[in-house]
Design a protein around this ligand. Sequence first.
Ligand code: HPA
Length: 270
Amino acid sequence: MLEKIKQTADYIRNIIQDTPDFAIVLGSGLGALKHEVDAIHTIDYKDIPNFPQTTVVGHGGKLIYGTLEGKKVLMMSGRFHYYEGHDMNTVTFPFRVFHLLGIKNLIVSNASGGVNPAFRVADIMIITDHINMMPEHPLRGKNLDEFGPRFVDMSEPYSKKMLQVAERVAQDANIDYHKGVYLALQGPTFETPAEYGMVRAVGGDAVGMSTVPEVIVAKHQGMDCFGISIITDVGGPEIAYTVSHDEVLAAADKAMPKVITIVKGLIKNY
Ligand code: HPA
């Protein structure tokens, strides 16, 4: 595992020849941020040694290195989900590589189902905390001591400082947003009405199928994390809303400009 991570990091370092300030994961339907970056290198996942391959429509498969708002960014266009059949080491492999590349800050985006009754479709939620209800923990197994400790402090999973900067950007741009707790389930089914009710009952504001393993591994390595979610559908125990992948992508497209404004402002001002 360690040898593979090193080999992949060496390959990418040889190409980009620099240390990015931020790694950014472009989640469901948030791909348009890649058009805002001044790309210097674009690398297909299939050309990167040991890199996993994506299987989901709407999730590309490229690492894009370039500048955005005067900062150096490495973007993942296309992430790896547990529901695709990958184990957690595979899901989080790129984040191990990011650490060896010297990247200290992580920005993640995703689509999620809102269970907070105040949330509407195409709202955005800045993630302040998460609940891990995935069936496998990404740090299970022998600890990679070179990356971080066996027992990881999770008192600030999402950076308060990044949150503060992002909130200021959103307020200055007159963008409405929620803050809340993202709860991760494995998917790939969307939730039943009773399951949406459970998510709410245990303290989640939104539910999704990604992000949490990535942030856990990033925190293991001492990275600062920022997460933002587009509410692409809403659910609850009394309401049997239907939801489809197409609706998720449509809502994500609608909210995308707001997310892009916030992320760009955060990168510029952090
Ligand atoms: N549940 C889980 N994942 C999701 C949802 C949802 O309702 N919407 C988008 N991703």
